[in-house]
Design a protein around this ligand. Sequence first.
Ligand SMILES: NC(=O)c1ccc[n+]([C@@H]2O[C@H](COP(=O)([O-])OP(=O)(O)OC[C@H]3O[C@@H](n4cnc5c(N)ncnc54)[C@H](OP(=O)(O)O)[C@@H]3O)[C@@H](O)[C@H]2O)c1
Length: 275
Amino acid sequence: MNMAGKTALVTGSTDGVGRYVAARLAAAGAKVLIHGRDRARAETLAEEIKRQGQGEAVFYQADLSSLSEARQLAQAVIAGHRRLDLFISNAGIGSQNQGPQRQTSADGHELRFAVNYLSGFLLARLLLPLLKASAPSRIVNVASLGQHPIDFDDVMITRGYSGSRAYAQSKLSQIMFTIDLANELKGSGVTVNALHPATYMNTTMVRAGGITPMSTVEQGGEAILHLAVGDDMAGKSGLFFNGMQQARANPQAYDETARGQLRALSLKLTGLSAA
Ligand SMILES: NC(=O)c1ccc[n+]([C@@H]2O[C@H](COP(=O)([O-])OP(=O)(O)OC[C@H]3O[C@@H](n4cnc5c(N)ncnc54)[C@H](OP(=O)(O)O)[C@@H]3O)[C@@H](O)[C@H]2O)c1
């Protein structure tokens, strides 16, 4: 992997698999835009990258449970960098973070939908001009095998809420967005793919759910890096991977009408107009 001269944004890189991926990209020479809420954790990573003596780290603090903070993050990246070769939308909360009860974001949206999907949708759309100007460039959406179809009559899950349904709905939303965006970006030189990195990696999210880890952060991290920089992924777009293998997502991902509904809703909720 040679990332010299390349710039990569990795959301949620203060912890877990995002942190691993950010450090690996920097070790390959990239300028890595690290992101999270916690400045102290970010500084530890930035120091580690500096000690490695390769690449560079720039920290951006933003709480992605707020659309205005996501917008500010995109604006800061656009203002501060002339290129963006890679955007890894990885920040997320699990099914149990901050308790099992239904919670809402700063904008009043169901929290897992907001943090895991909607903020990444907004970031990708706002960063598209920079990604297109830097083509060939890539977007990687870190989703999951946990996928639950969206009930378009109750996207914010006001009825029958469970943390695992909310998490799985947010993860399928990321995959639906991936396929939708890939169709839109045909011929632009920007590709977008999604994946389940690995099952129950040993991360904060998994431990918070009281689950015994089954995979390492390295396994999931290498699967993310495969989509992000793998030579065999050049030009490939709109795909879902389970680890290193291409896989089928939940059937709703392949329903064009459902994808269109999600796109229209997401544009409305984020205040973006249809392209
Ligand atoms: N762990 C698994 O086995 C597994 C399996 C399938 C998919 N995934 C996916 O992999 C991705 C990374 O998960 P992980 O296991 O590495 O989790 P993690 O260790 O809990 O790390 C999550 C990262 O997201 C950030 N984050 C969480 N809420 C945020 C918010 N409101 N605003 C901004 N940043 C926020 C955290 O930042 P702070 O430092 O500010 O908390 C942290 O950097 C997630 O999208 C997850 O759904 C994980």
